[in-house]
Design a protein. Structure first.
Length: 219
């Protein structure tokens, strides 16, 4: 019970930091902080809240993993298209919608991973999580190494808010590279650690099943 409370509290704390803290106001100054918001919503708040609420909510609702994977991946990709990104940057309403979509996409993405089930029937979980890192890694690498500022509001010739990145001793290009690197590292650990845990559970289940079969054969 204590663990569940801690998970829910941690999830809502991450949600609060993302949308109702200085981070939520300073994301117009630094792309890195904008990326922090996305990561907090999708890979921290969403899975922690799901973990903490597993008993009370009907996790037996079966959403197809392909649908959940596509929902999570497409949400990340679409909101990083420059035209869409800048729409959310300039409108508080679209920005709020962006935050909501990241959180909902996070819930959908993690739903089939966190939903309890027989380990032998969850062989796809490591593959699901590994494949999810690939588009994020591609986007992260592009932001880190492309050599030019992708998003107009953060360009040096942009408005005064965008130019304020100098206050943090980061040029717009350095800020973008840091944001890409942060996404790269955070997503890799957030997805591959559960993937390895699921793989270990799968191998352990297979080993215990093999031992039970050997015992039956010996009889």
């Amino acid at each position: 019970m204590t663990r569940r409370v801690a998970e829910i509290a941690g999830g809502f704390a991450a949600l609060s930091i993302a949308v109702a803290s200085p981070v939520s106001h300073m994301d117009h100054h630094l792309l890195t902080l904008h990326m922090v918001q996305h990561l907090l919503l999708m890979v921290v708040a969403a899975p922690l809240i799901l973990l903490g609420m597993r008993p009370p909510i009907p996790l037996d609702l079966k959403l197809h993993p392909a649908f959940c994977w596509i929902a999570g991946t497409v949400t990340v990709m679409v909101w990083h298209v420059p035209v869409v990104f800048e729409l959310a940057w300039r409108s508080r309403y679209w920005h709020a919608f962006e935050h909501a979509s990241f959180f909902i996409a996070g819930i959908l993405f993690w739903w089939p991973v966190i939903r309890p089930g027989d380990a032998s029937s969850r062989w796809w979980v490591p593959v699901y999580l590994f494949l999810a890192t690939l588009p994020c890694d591609a986007l992260s690498a592009f932001l880190t190494f492309c050599g030019h500022v992708v998003y107009g509001p953060y360009r040096p010739a942009g408005d005064k808010i965008a130019g304020a990145t100098g206050t943090f001793y980061l040029s717009p290009l350095e800020d973008q590279a840091l944001a890409g690197a942060l996404m790269w590292v955070a997503v890799t650990f957030a997805y591959l650690i559960p993937a390895l845990a699921a793989l270990a559970e799968l191998l352990s289940h297979g080993e215990s099943l093999s031992k039970r079969q050997e015992v039956l054969l010996d009889r």
